[in-house]
Structures are given as C-alpha cells and as structure tokens.
Design a protein around this ligand. Structure first.
Ligand SMILES: [Zn+2]
Ligand SMILES: [Zn+2]
Length: 340
C-alpha cells in the first residue's frame, strides 16, 4: 500500500498523515448523527473488541474461583502474573517482531524514519531502548498491573463492594462497558498531566519519555509509581457499582491498550489490502513534543479544553510554538524577579 496517498514524508524520511486528528464526532455542535453512527464501528473495532475479548477469556479461563480469591496468597497472583506476562509477550511481541524486527512493511506509514534498535543511547539500561523497555515492562509494570488485578478481584470476592449481576442490570453494565474507554481517557489524562509537573516529571515520568521514538515495548516502560497509577484505573469499579468483568475490561484497556499510542506506524498492513488504523499519532506527538496531547486521541477532548491539543497539522504546530514561547517568557520573567 502506498503511504503517499495518505500522508507526506519530509527530508529526514519521517512520515506524517494528511488531515488532522479529529476528536470523537459526538462533540460536534450541532450534533451530526450520521457521522456518529459511522464512527461507532471504529470505536468498537478492532481495539475495544480485542480488550473485551481478552477480558472475557480471562474471566472464563484464567481467573480462579471466587472461593480461592477470598484469601491473598502467592499462588493465584503468580498465576495471573504469568498469564499477563505471556499475553503481553505474544500481543506486543508479535507487533514488535513483524514490524520492528522483520520490518514487514519497511517504514511505510512510520512516523519516525529510524528504528529504535539503530539508536543506542546512554539513557537506557544496557544502552538499548529495546532491552530497557522490555525489562521495565516485565519486571516493573506487569507485576504492578497484576497487583491491581489481584486487589480488585480480592475485594469483589469478599463482597466488600457491590457485585452487580448481568441478569439484573444488563443495561447499566452495558453502559459501563460502553463508557469504560472514556473513564480510561479521563483517568489517564489527569495522572499523566500530574506527572508532567517538573519535580514529578524528573522523578517518575522521565523514564517513560526516554523513548522519544517509541516502539511497542515502550508502552509499559514506566517508573513504578506511574506503572501503579496507570493500571489503578480499574479501581474506579470499586467506587462505582460494577462487576469484575467490567473492571477486567477496564484493566485490559490500560494494559493491552497501552500499545496503541506506541506502535509508531499510522497503519499496520495486516495484509496489503486490509490495513488497520493504530490511532497512535496523537500520543506519538506527545513523545515528540512532550507538552502536548496528555490524553488519547480525542475521545474526551480534555487537551482541547485545557489548550494542549496538537491535531497533527501545521496549525497545531504554530499554536504549540506560541504556547511554548509564552511559557518561556513567563519563566524568564520569574527568573528576572528572583534575581532582582
Ligand atoms: Zn507514551
Ligand atoms: Zn508524558
């Protein structure tokens, strides 16, 4: 598939999509019903459908009996960790293998012309982004993901929070499933914005941002504080009346869904004729410019409301530069006051 029909490549070989990143159409005013209806399948397929499928597979084949989960022990949490690690190894690993190791589509639709493997750097363990990101994912973030999972299952199993049944609350629980990606977006935006605050950034979030040119292994490469807060989104289902399957779906949107923003390609050519959209561009721009797009790609357009949205166009660039310039002036004025 020819990526020139969909975007442009600059002198460095970096590719950028045409058009602009659009926020979800239900924010349009006046409302455009047809556009919303056309957008719905894209909301469900393929990413949220995959997260729901894995949540159900976990619930029916992985999660132990409620009686077992009433008591904390080592056995069942270690089992859950093994499954989480195995699943991420296969899910992220297959994207990494096909598109970064075998490079099956070369750099077609790739935002950054370079591959992380070609750029050794001192900021990474063993000077390798791939090894560093891999180790942090499997030995820091996935254990913390598992910790969150174990805690909410344990709380549900003991009946300390409401466990709504599908038979009695089908509409309410279906609604919760439908809005879970939005809960994710809001949770992620605020914890992410928080750890971009200077001191917290240096202590916590800089680890994730070492990967300026992210690949799938970068997705869960996080400092432990971020690794825990990020997955703790599932705890909202202990606060609002819910069901553990919905909480599991919420957790999988975080754990498995983290790859979305870090794929590095705009489209993955599963076959030449059937590419899938990755929705990775907004978060790619975040890794490139740091202080834009703290949220996802506009499902809940918090970045628009807070003035940090970059829609991937020249105009988005101009607005961002103006904001950076203002910030610089503010900092200079502050420094001048402190010195006088
Ligand atoms: Zn990221
Ligand atoms: Zn960030």
């Amino acid at each position: 598939m020819d990526d020139h029909n969909f975007g442009t490549r600059n002198k460095r070989g970096d590719w950028a999509p045409n058009g602009h990143i659009e926020v979800a159409p239900f924010w349009a005013w006046p409302p455009k019903l047809m556009t919303v209806l056309k957008w719905l399948p894209e909301y469900v397929w393929p990413w949220n459908a995959i997260h729901m499928a894995t949540a159900l597979l976990y619930w029916f084949y992985v999660v132990p009996d409620v009686a077992v989960m009433k008591t904390l022990s080592w056995g069942w949490p270690l089992w859950l960790y093994a499954v989480n690690a195995g699943a991420i190894f296969v899910f992220y690993g297959s994207v990494e293998l096909l598109f970064y190791v075998k490079r099956k589509q070369g750099n077609r639709f790739k935002y950054n012309a370079k591959f992380p493997g070609e750029q050794p750097s001192d900021v990474f363990w063993f000077k390798s982004q791939n090894i560093d990101n891999f180790l942090r994912s499997f030995f820091i973030s996935i254990p913390l993901w598992t910790l969150v999972e174990v805690l909410f299952l344990w709380v549900f199993a003991n009946g300390w929070v409401p466990w709504l049944s599908w038979a009695d609350n089908p509409y309410y629980l279906a609604f919760l499933v439908a809005v879970a990606p939005m809960i994710h977006e809001v949770h992620f935006f605020f914890i992410h914005r928080l750890i971009h605050w200077g001191p917290l950034y240096r202590w916590i979030h800089s680890v994730h941002h070492n990967s300026v040119n992210p690949s799938p292994w970068s997705s869960l490469s996080m400092h432990p504080v971020e690794g825990f807060l990020y997955h703790a989104v599932a705890f909202w289902h202990l606060v609002i009346p819910s069901n553990p399957i919905v909480a599991m779906f919420q957790l999988h949107i975080a754990g498995f869904g983290a790859v979305n923003g870090h794929i590095g390609f705009d489209k993955l050519e599963i076959t030449e004729e059937t590419p899938i959209d990755t929705h990775a561009y907004a978060h790619y721009l975040h890794h490139k410019y740091f202080e834009v797009n703290y949220g996802g790609d506009g499902l809940i357009p918090l970045d628009k409301w807070f003035g940090t949205w970059h829609d991937g166009t020249k105009d988005g660039d101009v607005q961002m530069q103006a904001r950076f310039q203002k910030k610089k002036e503010r900092m200079n004025a502050k420094a001048a006051r402190a010195n006088s």
